[in-house]
Design a protein around this ligand. Sequence first.
Ligand code: MG
Length: 410
Amino acid sequence: MISIGHEIPEPAETSFADRGLKLHGLELVRVGLPLRDPWTTAAGAFRVRDSLLVRVVLEVLGDGEGGEQIEGWGECGALPAPSYSSEYTEEAARVSVDRLVPALAGGGVARACEVIGALSATKGHNMAKTAFEGAFLDAELQAAGRSLASYLASASRARGGQRTRVTAGVAVGLAPSLGELVEQVGGWVAQGYKRVKLKIRPGQDMEVVAAVRERWPDLVLAADANGTYAAIPFDEAVGSLRALEPFGLVCVEQPLADDDLLGHAELARRTELPISLDEALSSLSMLAAALRLGACSVANIKAGRLGGYLEAVKAHDLCNEQGVPVFCGGLVETGVARAANVALAALPNFKLPGDLSASGRFFEMDLTSTMALGPDGAIAVPEGPGLGVSVDTSAIASFATWRLWCPVGG
Ligand code: MG
């Protein structure tokens, strides 16, 4: 019997705890951050990362008037268009204004663990909700003087301790030619990355994987189909994917449609390839069903898709208890989400390197202090309070395309 979910503890009490926290206000900021290179998948390409950020301002209640204010930042993983999931930035901003901010402001919410519950009257929109939870986590943990990584480790049931460094990886989009793809991969390998995930689709798979594997026999290599094999007959998809078996892939991710758990289970029975799921894992319940059906032997954990970092911890624990290793996915995020993802990936069952790359992977100029790739191919888990990185508010101001400050109360 697979059980899901458990109580998540609140952060340890601190010197602030006896004074309490109060929500002072929320700010929504939309930024247009130019990418180094266009990001291309089977669903399309974009050159500018249109992202929604959330800034929460909490007031630390003191003895006198006008308590100290602490701000925290969160990032919505929704892409500029509904190409990865149905969520996209424009809609995330709209639902935040219309529904999520009023629910938090009206609900007296001041603690991160209350955020997702307070937003439950709005269905879906997990990525937008996660941005709010992330901002509250950052602010509350700063008030508590505690790092996000340490808090998530204490919230997990898994034993094995918290990593101090996480192995980095790059996801490489579709390239116009095989030569350009090999050149791109070569650039990342030269920078010190030890794990690469290639985007594949029918007709653009075996030769892609073979070319990279031939050039780098020891590289940790994965492939991500983003559901594209759903467009061809099932037996043909099985044949195409089985042709990838000789190349030592750590997994092939989401070959079939988002909701096709039965198809993935059948595919897993017919190939030696480890199957990973991404888009399919839209909730803890979907993850539990996928595990029960044998639809995946690896899970890609994305907090935004699952509806929060605390949900992601539960997903990690569920997989851990089933002996299924996980890795942390990415959504072309800025340093705000990357810092939170690195903290999440410090949990012990993140046994496979994820899509966590250093600050320079996507952007010439990021929105936080730098997270650098070490000679070991890993990124240090931030140790400071909250996200543990400094958010560059002047960079945010210069890339902002829209912002809305929403004060709470009087
Ligand atoms: Mg994926």
